[in-house]
Design a protein around this ligand. Structure first.
Ligand code: GDP
Length: 528
């Protein structure tokens, strides 16, 4: 008989949703929770978002960030599985957190608006998933509205995102003529009947494409469907679980999240095909989830709004072993053993204290300033997980102090905020600027706010002539030294002590790359 550890691990499904704002991520999340039995939650995800739109007040920001500690991870049971859904901040608070959350999942769900197709944010998030060949399922949403031809959409996904598409369900009409979906593998038509809110879809299911009942309900659309499907099946890939797991093919589902339609079909296949926790690379060896000895890494640190705990929460993804309440764990980077008495788990809406947690689960650790992004916890082995990178920022600002005597506090504050992953810091070799980098504009506001409140430093951020950054390295030390001298005006040291090329324009970067072919310019940097 398999051990409890093996059984519990095998039934974990840990994933995140990637999408462009407004495609329907919040609605899909809510409906997944609805089907996961956390019905009382329907509406709360929305409420959080409404609050975000309604105000830009910083206290509100804090509050929202606090609330989202609990909704950053949502765990719910479905069939025999335990699903962990990791929220990726969308909208204006898009940040490095979003990217790093994707390093803690085993698969992703891509939500696409049927009318809009592949959008810019989706492309970026997909690039991040590519770094680890994360398996991706696709949900094409809003079929109750007029949109683009499904065939064209699949074509666009294949072309723009470079991943093969395998339709698992196929829509019957759209907009006013939307009648439901046909499930290719099950040879069954699921009929659509619009429902809103907290009720699950109870539409009729008709078995078999040739079933005369189909002509009865669909009229002329039945013949259209058969014809279209013949074409689709001839022209598209059929679902191949192996290609999906390798990140080469995405199974595609159609539906309408707001009407609870298509979500159950998606979830049913998700728990069957989405991967259980996968092995993880460390600097020394591969860690298998089946290993008895505990290991995990921190991928996110967030302010905790519980007034009882004015500390921060470090989110740790468990990679192997079983976590038990009160366990003593080695905090590898600082080589210290700590007893974890009050870790948080994230069961549906309630934040609960963890008794036990397994590979694939996320637990929250209270962080009093010692935990950094990328930190590893084990039962003693000196492991360091890899693949939790910093991403090259796309936005840059120069920190400007109102009171020059506060330089020390500013530097200390920035260093700590960098370790938490709130921002990145670059110090040019040839001047005393402090240049901050981010991938989302809100990161600067958060940093300014936290500097003021936590470090008592009033800083402003002004534009600076930097457009992009690359970490540089070279096997040939003499060449690197030469580069360091000749390109000094464009070089800086980041908060981890690594050398970074900061370019005023993309053209400048391109020219530097052409001029220095021996130098590696990298868009990501590992924590460490
Ligand atoms: P997010 O920004 O990706 O989280 O998207 P939301 O879930 O907030 O959805 C954006 C908008 O699309 C909201 O007004 C939703 O009510 C609407 N929406 C979501 N799903 C559907 C759907 O299936 N059909 C229609 N017509 N609208 C939808």
């Amino acid at each position: 008989m398999p051990s409890k550890h093996a059984t519990e691990t095998a039934r974990r499904r840990t994933f995140a949703i990637i999408s462009h704002p407004d495609a329907g991520k919040t609605t899909v999340t809510e409906k997944l929770l609805l089907y996961g039995g956390a019905i009382q939650l329907a509406g709360t995800v929305k409420g959080r978002k409404a609050a975000r739109h309604a105000t830009s007040d910083w206290m509100e920001l804090e509050k929202e960030r606090g609330i989202s500690v609990t909704s950053s991870v949502m765990q719910f049971p479905y069939k025999d599985c335990i699903v962990n859904l990791l929220d990726t901040p969308g909208h204006q608070d898009f940040s490095e957190d979003t990217y790093r959350t994707l390093t803690a999942v085993d698969s992703a769900l891509m939500v696409i608006d049927v009318a809009k197709g592949v959008e810019e944010r989706t492309i970026k998030l997909m690039e991040v998933c590519r770094l680890r060949d994360t398996p991706i399922m696709t949900f094409i949403n809003k079929l109750d509205r007029e949109g683009r031809e499904p065939i064209d959409l699949l074509d666009e996904v294949e072309r723009v995102l470079g991943i093969a598409c395998a339709p698992v369900t196929w829509p019957i009409g759209m907009g006013k003529r939307f009648k439901g979906v046909y499930h290719l593998a099950r040879d069954a038509v699921h009929l659509f009947s619009p429902t809103h809110g907290g009720k699950v879809q109870q539409g009729e299911i008709i078995q078999g494409l040739d079933n005369p009942r189909l002509d009865e309900v669909l009229g002329t659309q039945a013949a259209e469907l058969r014809e279209e499907l013949e074409l689709v099946m001839g022209a598209s890939h059929s679902f191949d679980a192996e290609a999906y797991l390798a990140g080469q093919q995405t199974p595609v589902f159609f539906g309408s999240a707001i009407n609870n339609f298509g979500i159950q079909e998606l979830l049913d296949d998700f728990v069957v095909y989405a991967p259980a926790p996968r092995s993880r690379a460390t600097q020394s060896r591969e860690i298998l989830p089946a290993e008895e000895s505990f290991s995990g890494f921190v991928f996110k640190i967030q302010a905790n709004m519980d007034p009882q705990h004015r500390d921060r929460i470090a989110f740790m993804r468990i990679c192997s072993g079983t976590f038990r309440k009160g366990a003593k764990l080695r905090h590898v980077r600082i080589a210290r053993d700590v007893r974890i008495a009050d870790a948080l788990t994230f069961m549906a809406s309630e934040r609960e204290h963890a008794e036990e947690a397994y590979p694939g689960d996320i637990i929250g650790l209270h962080n009093h300033g010692t935990i950094r992004i990328g930190d590893t916890f084990t039962e003693g082995e000196a492991l360091a997980f890899t693949g939790i990178p910093n991403f090259a920022p796309e936005l840059f600002r120069r920190a400007q102090l109102r009171d020059p005597l506060k330089m020390k506090q500013l530097q200390k504050g920035l260093q700590q905020l960098c370790e938490e992953g709130a921002t990145q810091l670059f110090k040019p070799l040839t001047n005393n600027d402090l240049i901050l980098g981010a991938v989302g504009i809100l990161q600067f506001d958060v940093v300014a706010h936290r500097l003021r409140h936590e470090y008592n430093v009033d800083a402003s951020f002004e534009t600076v002539n930097v457009q992009t950054a690359r970490w540089v390295s070279c096997a040939d030390e003499r060449k690197l030294e030469e580069f360091r001298e000749k390109a000094a005006a464009n070089l800086s040291i980041d908060h981890g002590g690594d050398l970074v090329y900061i370019a005023p324009t993309r053209v400048n970067l391109q020219m530097a790359q052409e001029r220095w072919p021996e130098i590696t310019f990298s868009a990501t940097r590992e924590h460490g």
